[in-house]
Write a protein that binds this ligand. Structure first.
Ligand code: AMP
Length: 219
């Protein structure tokens, strides 16, 4: 099955955007574009971009709009006229949302839905500080909610090395949440005015959240 709607996945850090986006891309043949993943890859490669953004990522602050907009413009350019794009972690400010609309307009395309996954603050810290991933294939896990079936080994590739994001610690999470409230929450009314906003309760089983998103996309 393929879905050709373009969506923005919104919600606080640790709200489950990445988990949902990976599954949507795999099962509905959509294209997942995650600014956080692109930036972490740049940091790992020590590219010019990576060197510029490393400290910002580690502190939980936001990378400047100019840098992020240029990064997304380049990725969307590469995608040409592809449909079924999931934007995960972008936009995070109103200027980014405006720039995104402009980019899609220039391709005679548009964002169909902005899906906000809502999770209460008190759940965020527990979710974020417990997460880790397979160092080889990237499969995500959680100390409490999603342990590998066989302890110490990845369910997908059998790898036995795992990593944690450097910014997944209590202090940085607080800063990321503050940034979310100050800079990102204002894009919720932006999409509401356009009639594109859909709210989903993210304080639920990942599978339930997934089914709700699929129902929206198949409407
Ligand atoms: P994420 O993986 O989406 O949680 O993003 C990790 C970090 O990358 C964020 O805490 C920011 O420092 C940076 N980042 C990702 N996307 C954006 C964006 N759209 N605007 C600004 N900074 C971003």
């Amino acid at each position: 099955m393929s879905v050709n709607k373009n969506i923005v996945l919104m919600g606080p850090p640790g709200g489950g955007k990445g988990t949902q986006a990976v599954r949507l891309a795999a099962e509905l043949n959509m294209k997942h574009l995650a600014t956080g993943d692109l930036l972490r890859a740049a940091v790992a490669q020590k590219s010019d971009l990576g060197l510029k953004v490393k400290d910002i990522l580690e502190s939980g602050g936001l990378v400047s709009d100019d840098i992020i907009i240029a990064l997304i413009a380049e990725q969307l350019d590469k995608m040409g006229s592809e449909q079924g794009i999931i934007l995960d972690g972008f936009p995070r400010t109103v200027p980014q949302a405006q720039a995104l609309d402009e980019m899609f307009k220039n391709k005679n395309n548009n964002i169909d839905y902005a899906i906000e996954i809502e999770v209460p603050d008190e759940k965020i810290i527990e979710r974020i500080t417990g997460r880790f991933a397979c160092a080889k294939c990237g499969k995500g896990y959680h100390d409490k909610f999603m342990k590998p079936l066989k302890e110490g080994f990845c369910d997908v590739c059998g790898g036995n090395e795992f990593s944690r994001r450097k910014d997944d610690n209590k202090e940085t999470v607080k800063e990321r949440l503050a940034q979310y409230k100050q800079m990102t929450a204002p894009i919720i009314p932006y999409y509401q005015k356009q009639g594109k906003l859909v709210n989903i309760n993210g304080d639920d089983e990942p599978n339930t959240v997934y089914q709700k998103i699929v129902n929206i996309l198949l409407k």
